[in-house]
Design a protein around this ligand. Structure first.
Ligand code: TYC
Length: 103
């Protein structure tokens, strides 16, 4: 086969596209049944919060209805929320966590 006389190369520049992963909030929801100590225990265990931060978050949710616990990438936020909900369920408590994208 004959070789082409002209080779046309596309004139493009590839920019490395590295985007910051979107972050998700884990939100603790208040209820009337889960004991305060159990909420603190879950915050200690699943979210690695110290005693005083966990107490503060629990009391904020208790008084205001909800409180942001922490911010993670989507996978981690969803995994931790499910882990916390499952632990509460296993103990017979209706404790709820939600995840929502950060603005
Ligand atoms: N309101 C609960 C009680 O009085 C305690 C509680 C606090 C439950 C925060 C859930 O997210 C919560 N026993």
């Amino acid at each position: 086969m004959a070789k082409p006389d002209t080779i046309i190369k596309p004139n493009t520049v590839t920019k490395p596209k590295i985007e910051k992963p979107k972050l998700y909030k884990v939100i603790l929801i208040n209820d009337d049944y889960t004991p305060r100590e159990f909420v603190v225990l879950i915050l200690n265990y699943v979210f690695r919060m110290g005693e005083s931060a966990a107490n503060h978050v629990m009391l904020t949710a208790h008084m205001k209805g909800s409180c942001v616990v922490a911010v993670y990438t989507r996978d981690i936020a969803e995994t931790k929320a499910s882990e916390a909900i499952d632990m509460a369920k296993e103990s017979g408590f209706p404790l709820m966590f939600e995840t929502e994208p950060e603005e």
